[in-house]
Design a protein around this ligand. Sequence first.
Ligand code: SF4
Length: 755
Amino acid sequence: DIPHAAPTEVKRTICSHCAVGCGIYAEVQNGVWTGQEPAFDHPFNQGGHCAKGASLRYHTHSHKRVKYPMKLEGGKWKRLSWDDAINEIGDKMLDIKQTSGPDSVYFMGSAKFSNEGAYLYRKLAAMWGTNNVDHSARICHSTTVAGVANTWGYGAQTNSFNDIRNAKNIFIIGANPAEAHPVAMQHILTAKERGATITVADPRFSRTMAHADVHLPLRPGTDIPLVYGLMWHIFENGWEDKDFIRTRAWGMDKIREEAKRWTPEEVENVTGVSREAVYAAAKHMAHHRPGTVIWCMGGTQHHVGNGNTRIYSILQLVLGNMGVQGGGTNIFRGHDNVQGATDMGLLFDNLPGYYGVTTGAWEHWARVWDLPFDQVKGRFDATPYLGRDPMTTPGIPCSRWHDGVLEDKEKLAQKDNVRLAFFWGQSVNTETRQMEVRDALDKLETIVVVDPYPTMAAVMHRRQEGVYILPAATQFECEGSVNNSGRSAQWRQQVVEPVFESKNDLEIMYRLAAKVGIADTLTKHIKVEGNMPSPDDIMREYAKGMRSIGYTGWSPERIKAHTMNWGDFSPETLEAPGGVNKGETYGLPWPCWGTPEQKHPGTQILYRTDRNVNQGGGNFRARFGVEFEGESILAEDSASVGAEIQDGYPQFDDVMLKQLGWWDELSAEEKALAENRTWATDLGGGIVRVALAHNMIPYGNAKARCRVWTFPDEIPMHREPLYTPRRDLIAKYPTHDDMQVHRLPTLYKTLQDKV
Ligand code: SF4
């Protein structure tokens, strides 16, 4: 019934597929998302987007969407009304709270939430009375947050995507932006066109590496010795920034001492990278300044992820690359709102603004919420477990939620095991120890999946009942703000109404809160219309409370004014480090101090060094040096959150091993283990042995990496990348076209004409 040539409405939205945050024009006709174009006047993507971004509108058309609430009953999925679903889930929550305490409900959240969704979800868990809340950053960049925050203060990217254009040298380690963040790659290539040198460290030969001047094909897990190897040359040749170190960096003597151990021979032995390549990379870094370091999950998803991110940061201190345009650490996040969800305290050990869960933190937020502290405390169980106060004891991290279900409850810092778990925008298939995950899903009393799609959490168990799926609207059926990697906020306009019976996350949270009797405190100063809390009011509330990282200058009006007005572009805008909008840094990257009325312009570059330390200029601690010792790489404070993640083993089973052609090389005992899917916790040795014989190191295997250290003689020396399947293809297309970025010729021409 759609009339021919219905008028087109254009909405401004933000791509949800990575944390570059590209602007998209969405064309809507009669309420249907009919077309889209990359925003030619958007400061970050400037008329381009990648293949992932080009697929956005299919979220609202997909036949795979969950259409209505459902529950599993007698092995069959049964349709439910929203009222019934909320009532049944709420009754189960109340029953569990009564008998086991609030910690027996786990709130798994997501970096796909808007800032407002993430904040309200954290607050929902707080009002319920638990710190058992977390999200996908735990298995992506939490090691970065711990590593960089402990080196220089904020757990965030220091510069911006646009600013990469100003770099004279770019060191990319554990990242493949040509495929994962293609629009960011455009900024990298612009820097290269302007003369920047590029070094890429990656065990694989990637599309990004095809553009590098120097390749460092390191063995997985040897980042720390590789970077010490770079420093060895830098110190040996006197290339370090002595003035910067003298005035701003503390603890560098210890780093210098440690670097002495990493001679070219030793580094070559351990990392497999030739000494010539390491020297060439160090020389580029020393002679092309300022330089930036870019990393992504190839650096963080390690048992020593904290240590990796610290050593990358310390390298920047050695080179004096901090606090300047073209320098810093540009840390590419995965999901679109990893930065925002983390800022919002969607973490088992934090409240919004990284305040922790100390009594002082709770007092602060109780004041912001305008609630008596005792009332908030009263929501937590009054019983201290293992001598710990449930309110100030961190909850269970996302990577360990299954321990909370399977563990002997005497070991848990809570009264009982987890009995009901929400998987809200986050599933389970990225976790290690999939066998335990499945056992835990089986053992839970109730699983509640809230998602636009039926995820693995809803289906990978062996149960007949006790599973609910609630259809959540996608980002494009709601409005709200989202932070890109560069700390900039953008407001997403709602493109279409929620499809089928799906609902906005905020509404689902509110309805659950109303059912379990905590809605009044959840939304005390947040306007609610028709069960929908106002995202504008939510932003006002969290901005007021997040003084710690400078959110106080934000307001929905200011953020919307930026996003709704991309069209202020000029050569200055396009060249500005963070993109500029009417004299302010686009998206008001935090810290944005003061009040909204005071109009702080946002902070493009953290820790500026054009000011003295006593005037607020950057000063840094290299005190978290990282060392290699024995079988493992030690990082001071390695017990912090980052080390919690990814300490698993490769999840190889018999099927995969047969596909790889490795089956015959396993012993009978190892085969039996593999057939029983005992995964690699017990199988590790055999897998590592066979994998090494095939010149491969199992991806994500901490023990394997440690064995690299312990048994270097067992490992064949590689002078070639370990994995080269696409080399020919990449060599054939080493151009911009290869980056999967689609430019709109007409719009781009218009843009050029206008400029
Ligand atoms: Fe989306 Fe691609 Fe831009 Fe990332 S680079 S935000 S996936 S269009």
